[in-house]
Write a new protein. Structure first.
Length: 621
């Protein structure tokens, strides 16, 4: 009786070894991040990983165990279980591919592969391939081959071809069946306690990289997929909802609803450039980098410069929504996945269209990517130019048309557009795989050189655009706004996903329509990409009441704060004090002033109230 059960002991051993090898490769690939961590703590990763590893192994075992139980109640003495080896081969192949995808996603996103990444790959496979083109191909192939080879070898030596049953009374068979199925269920659930398995079960260290190494990749992906469609329950319910809403209302409350008026007119043309991955670290003004963004740095000195602005998230869809609607990010979720909800949030384009503006959106890529098109067309952009508007000969980039072509297209169209007009340009060249139609200014031997070169190219396109725009009659009545969609780990490669520096971006208002006394002015109070909506509309004397999550950066009575989030984590900054929090591990990941415990606790509570409240609003939309 028990001899036949050895099959499942060997089966579990196989998968535990496979997951351990996968984990070892993960830690090897990111060994630089592990350099200063004690060896004992690295070793502890394997112990803390066991709970979710066993859970995933138990999920995999469901089918073989049910087949085993079925034949157990027959009169057969032996059954052929060779099919389990084939079943394993399919899973080994699938899991190996998931693992290499995970390594590359973690390198870029700072989080493990999840439902969003899979959705990204399924909905927009071409863009996914383009985004992954900068991944190290040789290393990726080597890791894939190692995982396949080791997995297949272990499968051959550990998984038996047949099971021999011993003659057993029916009552004993019932007991064995109940015990084996029950134990498997408990392994899936994580025991008999009140709390079932969750990602936090793998979290044990102050070093985030070890927590991610401990977290079973396939279990995390499965959990993410199952949870992705659930929006009826707030996953960030930290406390009383009414109290959280009161705290947020107080956060945005102002003593006086006023603004510094920096424009010569309240009906200028408005052109917003949302620049792909234009992190503060690229600039001389904010990142002390020479020669990468000479035009942006020049505009910062000549226009109105907001130097302490933070992106609301770490992906373009979040930056697009944050900049144009003022709506915050949702932690692990993104409102673009629910177009029916996305349509209910207000946008700058709607307000300006209502005021008689001609509205247009320019993007050199596929506008259906990440539901951009649903947002654009659902928010009163009356003209959409995307990759389908350009000749095939111009589609030399994997993402679509290069920034120079897109900027020139908008410039040409502006010359025949009735004023006032509102136009948004979303750049794309400064994105993996960092392709260029010209010579790479800083070289192209590694991603840092490529990234700096594509940023320089986009910056030069901005310079060329403005030089030509100055010749046009509409130029003197036009406000140009430059903002990044999100930050980026490059070019410095020293900011983790949970560090506020990763989200630091430039925001510049520029143009002859700005009053002379404000040109060259630097506003250094903390603010967010989300604040663009309220700040711009206030300058145009347009009511901003609908933009609940956006504050006017030019109202001196507003509190100086910024919020941002990434997959299952958030950050909050106020008056120079920044704190970031991991929602899975329930721990502080970054604290710029740990000596101020009282203020730290206050910022954490405010950040929790913020995320809880915005997610609840999202549910209620």
């Amino acid at each position: 009786m028990f001899k036949s059960l050895i099959f499942f002991a060997r089966y579990f051993l196989f998968w535990l070894l496979y997951f351990a090898i996968d984990r070892f490769i993960f830690m090897f690939i990111f060994h630089v991040k592990l350099r200063n961590i004690p060896f004992s703590e690295k070793l502890a990763t394997y112990y803390h990983a066991l709970r979710l590893d066993l859970s995933m192994a138990a999920y995999i075992t469901i089918i073989p165990l049910l087949v085993y139980t079925f034949w157990y109640f027959s009169n057969k003495k032996k059954i052929n279980f060779n099919w389990v080896r084939k079943y394993n081969i399919v899973l080994i192949s699938m899991f190996s591919f998931i693992s290499v995808i995970n390594f590359n996603i973690y390198r870029e996103w700072g989080s493990k592969v999840n439902s969003r990444a899979i959705e990204f790959a399924i909905r927009t496979p071409n863009e996914s391939l383009a985004s992954s083109a900068s991944s190290p191909i040789f290393l990726t192939l080597c890791v894939l081959l190692i995982l396949l080879a080791v997995g297949l070898y272990l499968n051959f030596i550990l998984i038996r071809r047949e099971i021999t049953y011993v003659k057993t009374p029916i009552w004993a068979k019932l007991i064995v069946a109940v015990l084996t199925l029950g134990i498997n269920f408990l392994l899936i659930r994580g025991g008999t306690g009140t709390a079932p398995n969750s990602q936090s079960m793998a979290f044990f260290s102050n070093y985030q990289i070890l927590n991610h190494a401990s977290l079973n990749t396939e279990w995390n992906l499965m959990s993410s997929i199952l949870a992705s469609g659930k929006v009826k329950k707030n996953p960030y319910s930290y406390g009383d909802q009414k109290q959280a809403e009161l705290e947020i209302n107080d956060l945005f409350k102002v003593e006086k609803d006023t603004t510094l008026s920096i424009l010569k007119t309240d009906r200028p043309n408005v052109v917003i450039f949302i620049l792909e991955s234009f992190t503060a670290d690229l600039t001389k003004s904010l990142g002390n980098e020479d020669g990468i963004t000479p035009n942006i740095d020049s505009l910062a000195k000549k226009g109105v410069f907001f130097s302490q602005i933070y992106a609301t998230g770490n992906r373009t869809d979040k930056g697009l929504i944050g900049s144009l609607t003022g709506f915050p990010t949702l932690g692990v979720g993104s409102i673009v996945k629910w177009p029916e909800k996305m349509q209910k949030i207000p946008a700058i384009s709607q307000k300006l269209y209502q005021q008689g503006y001609q509205t247009s959106f320019y993007y050199g890529g596929e506008s259906e990517f990440d539901n951009y098109k649903a947002f654009i067309l659902g928010h009163q952009y009356k003209k959409l130019v995307d990759k389908n508007s350009f000749d095939k000969k111009d589609m030399n980039s994997k993402w679509g048309a290069y920034d120079g072509l897109v900027f020139n297209k908008q410039l040409t169209d502006a010359n025949t557009t009735k004023q006032p007009f509102f136009s948004t340009l979303l750049s794309l060249t400064n994105h993996e795989p960092f392709e260029l139609p010209v010579k790479y200014k800083f070289g192209n031997t590694d991603n840092i050189q490529k990234f700096k070169s594509t940023a320089f190219y986009t910056d030069s396109c901005i310079g060329s655009y403005l030089s030509e725009a100055k010749k046009q009659p509409w130029y003197k009545n036009t406000l140009f706004i430059f903002v990044a969609d999100h930050g980026h780990p490059l070019p410095k490669s020293n900011h983790e996903i949970y560090e506020p520096q990763r989200y630091h971006i430039p925001l510049i208002f520029y143009g002859e329509v700005i009053k002379e006394e404000f040109r060259g002015k630097n506003f250094d109070k903390t603010g967010s990409q989300q604040d663009l909506s309220a700040t711009l509309l206030a300058q145009l004397n347009i009511n901003t009441k609908e933009f609940k999550w956006s504050k006017n950066l030019l109202n001196p009575y507003h509190r100086n704060f910024a919020y941002f989030s990434w997959d299952n984590g958030f950050g909050f900054i106020e008056n120079g004090h920044a704190v970031t929090f991991d929602n899975v591990g329930k721990s502080v990941l970054y604290n710029s002033k740990p000596e101020d415990a009282q203020q730290t606790n206050k910022l954490l509570n405010t950040g929790k109230a913020y995320l809880q409240t915005v997610y609840q609003q999202f549910i209620n939309l």
